[in-house]
Design a protein around this ligand. Structure first.
Ligand code: AMP
Length: 504
């Protein structure tokens, strides 16, 4: 199957060529014809499957053809001529919104479609100006968009196509009220494309009220993603995670590593400690300004920094090609979050490595994770910081023999952990120009099994603390009560346990 066979118009084909997309991914094959036919869509697929192009390519096509206008609808004719917003894409995080916006700019480069991102944490003035100049497609996070709606800076009455991306995550992050208010500002009659990895009752209700006879698209179960990724776990003595990380990163074949910490403070600490051993690292989390977050992400993508340290919320939906390693500095207390984290690597049919650190008080999380992924994660035993009094279940784990761990018994000694690396940039990474060389993408897939946020509590606090991201007080209050009422007893117990066990 080719994009031509999906009846994509030449200017968009040109844009796709520019992006080095030679053939559609499975989700694109299934979604593009349905969206072009004007159908509502219910998609179960996570970022990494080619979801962005699956919805945005047909949107660009529909808008540039002005299909509605050609059908003689005067409202739509006016919308096209005045460059009113005809498509709104709502995304839970700023990074994801910016990523979608960047992609759309590439796909629509040879059309006359204009798009702009509306996200918190950056100057509103610039966004107001972009809106005044006219945008056919707006990609937005709900908080900033709602602010602009309240200030009457944005008119959504001409929206023809609405996309709700990662709807379950928007629910988890407490955005659902804003989303509903935003939808109320749009015409009833519109095409809706709805993406959600999971279907909790509130999302099912939304689907029932929003979508009319939708085409359903579901992409490869998450287990296949997990199978492609080489996983291992280090059972560590308390307080040795940073030393272990430093040691692992001495291996210069690790070109890029996304390190997950549970807390924002933890992310900062890990970043600082990596700098002490000359590993280039930057952190992204909700206490950073949007500009700082974007800069850190861009530096990581272009290979200027070798390590990106992130909390789950900040890293949501981030797509980094060629990411070779995911390192769980802290094991997540929600097993599905583990699956989602490690799915950052092993993208588009490629393999990847997922390394986890586990201290005594995280063993229960490890057990939960293994239950969900239905396999035991091989334990790396050859390292200088083994856990004392290792429980029987851990001793019986399959062992991963690694001659690679620097400082392991077969390698250099523990003090090697503090030996500084030399290069500030990352020679093993490809130059930026090669980032768009994509092959084997058609094989990509991966349906997220994410059923809960990796802690809606942290999501909330990240959002409310985000510098310069003016989310209204009422919104925050709504988010607070909503999230609290939703947390399951089990989740609360797990989270309470984690909070009392703050290891980093
Ligand atoms: P997404 O799920 O939209 O975030 O896409 C994941 C990655 O796959 C991104 O780097 C896209 O640029 C890339 N991608 C999407 N569709 C294709 C395609 N048809 N061919 C090659 N790469 C693609």
């Amino acid at each position: 199957m080719t994009f031509q066979e999906l009846n994509i118009i030449p200017p968009i084909l040109e844009g796709l060529k520019k992006a080095n997309y030679s053939q559609p991914t499975p989700i694109q094959e299934q979604s593009i014809p349905a969206v072009l036919a004007g159908r509502d869509l219910l998609g179960c697929a996570q970022t990494g499957t080619g979801k962005t192009a699956a919805f945005s390519v047909p949107i660009i096509q529909l808008l540039s053809e002005g299909s509605q206008a050609r059908q003689g609808n005067s409202v739509h004719k006016k919308a096209k001529s005045t460059r009113a917003i005809r498509s709104l894409i709502l995304s839970p995080t700023r990074e994801l919104a910016i990523q979608i916006s960047d992609n759309i700019k590439v796909y629509s480069r040879y059309t006359d479609i204009r798009s702009t991102a509306i996200v918190g944490g950056v100057s509103q003035r610039v966004q107001e100006r972009a809106l005044q100049q006219g945008a056919d497609i707006v990609i937005a996070t709900p908080g900033r968009l709602m602010d602009l709606v309240n200030q009457k800076q944005i008119d959504l009455s001409m929206v023809e196509i609405l996309v709700l991306d990662e709807a379950d995550r928007m629910l988890d992050m407490g955005f659902i009220h804003d989303v509903k208010r935003i939808i109320a500002k749009m015409p009833n009659k519109k095409q809706t494309l709805f993406f959600s990895a999971t279907m909790p009752p509130e999302i099912v209700k939304m689907v029932q009220t929003l979508l009319v006879n939708p085409v359903k698209v579901e992409i490869t179960p998450v287990s296949s993603t997990v199978d492609r990724i080489q996983q291992s776990v280090y059972l560590l003595e308390k307080g040795k995670k940073q030393s272990m990380l430093n040691l692992i990163l001495q291996d210069q074949t690790i070109a890029s590593a996304l390190v997950f910490t549970r807390t924002k403070r933890g992310a900062d600490r890990v970043t600082r400690d990596l700098a002490k051993v000359n590993v280039t690292a930057q952190a992204i989390h909700g206490n950073k300004s949007q500009n700082e977050r974007q800069r850190a992400l861009n530096n990581f993508k272009s290979g200027v920094t070798r390590v990106l340290v992130a909390t789950d919320i900040a890293a949501r939906g981030i797509d980094v090609e060629e990411l070779t390693h995911v390192i769980n500095f802290n094991l997540p207390n929600i097993p599905e979050t583990y699956v989602h984290r490690i799915g950052r690597t092993g993208r588009a049919g490629k393999s990847g490595m997922a390394i986890s650190f586990c201290e005594q008080d995280e063993l229960a999380f490890l057990k939960d994770i293994e239950k969900v992924i239905k396999k035991s994660i091989p334990v790396v035993k050859d390292h200088p910081y083994p856990m004392n009094n290792m429980p029987v279940f851990a001793q019986m784990h399959p062992t991963k023999q690694t001659s690679k761990t620097p400082g392991g018994k077969s390698g250099s000694h523990r003090s090697a952990a503090d030996r500084p690396g030399k290069s500030k940039t990352n020679p093993a990474r490809k130059p930026k120009s090669e980032w768009f060389t994509k092959r084997d993408k058609a094989a990509s897939g991966g349906k997220s099994a994410e059923r809960h946020a990796s802690g809606s509590r942290s999501a909330r606090s990240e959002l409310s603390h985000a510098k310069g991201g003016p989310t209204s007080g009422a919104t925050r209050k709504a988010e607070h009560s909503k999230t609290n009422s939703r947390s399951s007893v089990q989740g609360q117990q797990r989270r309470a346990k984690t909070h009392s066990n703050q290891a980093n």
